[in-house]
Design a protein around this ligand. Structure first.
Ligand SMILES: Cc1ncc(COP(=O)(O)O)c(C=O)c1O
Length: 302
């Protein structure tokens, strides 16, 4: 039987079943929470959290964008995350720091309202069940939110309704995941992943101007690729470039490196997992598991 699970809630560990809120909670009703998704991995020196400082930095940037006053320092959140992984004895897992308006008033105003922080850590494997074989994607009829509507660079709960509607559409048409276009019609990203194309042995990924969330995995893959001598272009990507790419893959904390086999039923490259996808996935896996000396500074050992 699985052991007890604990959630760090406003400075204390509570049984996960007791980490509850009132149904009228502002962030539950209006999607006004902000969060991070972080992974930890088993290494030969115990469990290690991947790029924790960068995730906490992004959480604080999201809070700033949405004028949410976080009641803890970055250092306190870092040590609470480490403590939560340790307390739950997680080896390979997913960590969810979440900050939210823990207040039951009905109005939209957030001013002066209590900000609560909760951190959960659970064992976690592949996000896509067929990750290792590759997945099928559909270009969504729903476009990615943009900075004139909701800031896509913030990792805020409400943004994910945009992701959920796109993912639901893709799944109902038999695909595994959606690819969303930016408001200008360029390729943006998946519903919870950034995307890379391989063309003529170079890597291409949508740039900031494509309404993306700037993923920490995206940054890791760019750095790993550059260290391998692979040229990387960050630029606007036309939808049709997806079809003519040699390889295509998603990256993200949850998705890790997930090969894409088809887009709108069009086969990408030769149809299997391409050699560059494979070598980047292997190098990334080595980095997160503490097997790559060059990247151990990305790990926080628990
Ligand atoms: C919309 C979106 N894009 C990209 C990503 C990948 O970001 P990261 O690599 O930091 O997990 C995520 C996941 O957080 C996401 O939700």
């Amino acid at each position: 039987m699985a052991g007890k699970q604990y959630v760090w809630m406003d400075g204390k560990f509570v049984d996960s079943g007791k980490a509850t809120v009132n149904v009228l909670t502002h962030s539950l009703q209006y999607g006004s929470g902000i969060f991070e998704g972080v992974r930890c991995y088993s290494t030969n020196k115990g469990s290690a959290i991947f790029r924790l400082g960068d995730h906490v930095e992004r959480l604080f940037n999201t809070a700033k964008i949405h004028s949410m006053p976080l009641p803890y320092s970055k250092e306190e959140i870092v040590s609470a995350v480490v403590g939560t992984v340790r307390k739950n004895g997680i080896k390979d897992g997913y960590i969810r720091p979440f900050a939210f308006y823990n207040d039951t008033h009905i109005g939209l105003s957030t001013s002066g309202k209590k900000v609560g922080v909760a951190i959960a850590a659970i064992p976690f494997g592949n996000y896509f069940s067929n990750k290792d074989k590759g997945i099928r994607c559909k270009i969504s009829s729903w476009h990615r939110i943009n900075s004139q509507i909701l800031p896509p660079m913030a990792k805020a709960s409400g943004n994910y309704l945009n992701s959920i509607i796109a993912s639901t559409e893709a799944k109902s048409s038999g695909a595994d995941e959606a690819i969303m276009l930016s408001s200008s019609g360029y390729v943006a990203e998946g519903t919870g992943e950034n995307i890379f194309l391989v063309k003529s042995s170079r890597l291409i990924t949508p740039s900031d101007s494509s309404d993306i969330l700037k993923g920490i995995t995206r940054d890791s893959i760019i750095k790993i690729a550059e260290a391998m001598g692979i040229g990387v272009e960050e630029r606007e990507v036309h939808r049709e470039e997806l079809f003519t790419s040699d390889e295509l893959f998603f990256v993200g904390t949850a998705a890790e490196v997930t090969p894409i086999l088809t887009v709108d039923n069009i086969r990408i490259g030769s149809g299997g997992i391409g050699p560059m996808t494979k070598s980047l996935a292997e190098r990334y896996s080595g980095a997160v598991h503490g097997e790559e000396e060059a990247y151990v500074s990305w790990l926080t050992y628990v």
